[in-house]
Design a protein around this ligand. Structure first.
Ligand code: HEM
Length: 142
């Protein structure tokens, strides 16, 4: 894992702010993903994707919760994300390009909720962290 100590601290301190509100923040990130990149909705045809829906809250909470869990394992992300990596590669087969889109939607959501804390330094650290998470979740495709 190539995050510096300062980047790790930036990831964890923003997470401390977000962790109290995972369902709402996760749901908003998903809504932004689906609004900006409607093609990503194809994976969720079994969900109610209307604004603020229960499905969005629950799934948003799962996705953001997994990311929060990953912030606690910055020195062994591969093993921490191993099961999720199996799921996305073997079962879901999500096109890897979509991970960049979701990472973007998460960062926009953070920017709108944590205007002051999510400064350029924090954003750069999160961008790097989410690209590692994405690389791991898309590493097992074959
Ligand atoms: C399921 C995390 C990216 C599509 C899940 C679950 C988690 C998760 C925690 C639930 C696993 C379970 O129930 O055991 C993540 C993380 C991502 C990511 C951390 C990247 C940072 C994506 C992307 C897509 C996607 C980019 C597609 C656009 C799905 C789908 C499911 C799923 C379709 C199953 C939903 C269901 O039927 O319940 N993901 N995911 N994921 N993910 Fe991801």
């Amino acid at each position: 894992m190539m995050l510096s100590d300062a980047e790790k601290a930036a990831v964890q301190s923003l997470w401390a702010k977000a962790s109290g509100n995972v369902n709402a923040i996760g749901a908003e990130a998903l809504e932004r993903l689906f609004e900006s990149f409607p093609q990503t909705k194809t994976y969720f045809s079994h969900f109610d994707l209307s604004h603020g829906s229960h499905d969005l809250q629950v799934h948003g909470g799962k996705v953001l919760g997994a990311i929060g869990e990953a912030t606690k394992h910055l020195d062994n992300l591969e093993s921490a994300l191993s099961k999720l990596s199996d799921l996305h590669a073997y079962n879901l087969r999500v096109d890897p390009g979509n991970f960049k889109l979701l990472s973007h939607a998460i960062q926009v959501t953070f920017a709108s909720h944590f205007r002051t804390e999510f400064d350029a330094t924090a954003q750069a650290a999160w961008d790097k962290f989410l690209s590692y998470v994405s690389a791991i979740l898309t590493s097992k495709y074959r």
